[in-house]
Design a protein around this ligand. Structure first.
Ligand code: TYD
Length: 138
């Protein structure tokens, strides 16, 4: 699993003078996995960082529903910083990627679609253990 598998997905956008609309359908139509869970981060204080972990098997799509923030992805060899600031762009993150979220604007909301239910066993919370596993798989 490499950082090159992680990409910005352009979601459908219905523009309308009354306000725009974006939708995301499961079944592999708009995201490359089945959506089993949705969670969101909000009321993030200035200067806070979230993430700081990797997932063994989880696929995710990260969307800035409001405001903006940065996502730094790291596959153990290469790092890339993405700035998310539109609710019609989603950042697809494949398994075995360490992620950190920072630079949250005030009032921002980060929504995450995930391919599985919450499972602490799926996390790497220790960067060195993540690195060993990620490099071992390459
Ligand atoms: P964590 O994934 O570490 O947050 P982040 O990566 O956004 O900084 O989760 C923080 C806490 O919330 C942790 O105790 C686990 C819990 N949690 C759930 O119970 N269910 C969930 O779906 C998520 C994402 C987290």
């Amino acid at each position: 699993m490499s950082i090159n598998n992680c990409l910005i997905i352009d979601l459908p956008k219905i523009t309308d003078p009354r306000g725009n609309l974006t939708f995301i359908e499961g079944g592999g139509r708009h995201v490359p996995f089945d959506i089993k869970r949705v969670y969101y981060l909000y009321d993030v204080p200035g200067g806070a960082e979230r993430g700081g972990h990797g997932h063994k098997g989880l696929h995710q799509l990260i969307i800035a529903m409001s405001g903006s923030f940065d996502v730094v992805l790291d596959d153990g060899c290469e790092k890339k910083r993405f700035h998310l600031n539109r609710s019609y762009y989603g950042l697809y993150v494949c398994p075995m990627i360490w992620r950190e979220l920072d630079n949250f604007s005030s009032g921002s909301v980060c929504m995450v679609l995930a391919s599985n239910l919450y499972d602490e066993e799926d996390y790497y919370r220790d960067y060195d253990l993540f690195l060993k596993a990620a490099r071992g798989k390459k």
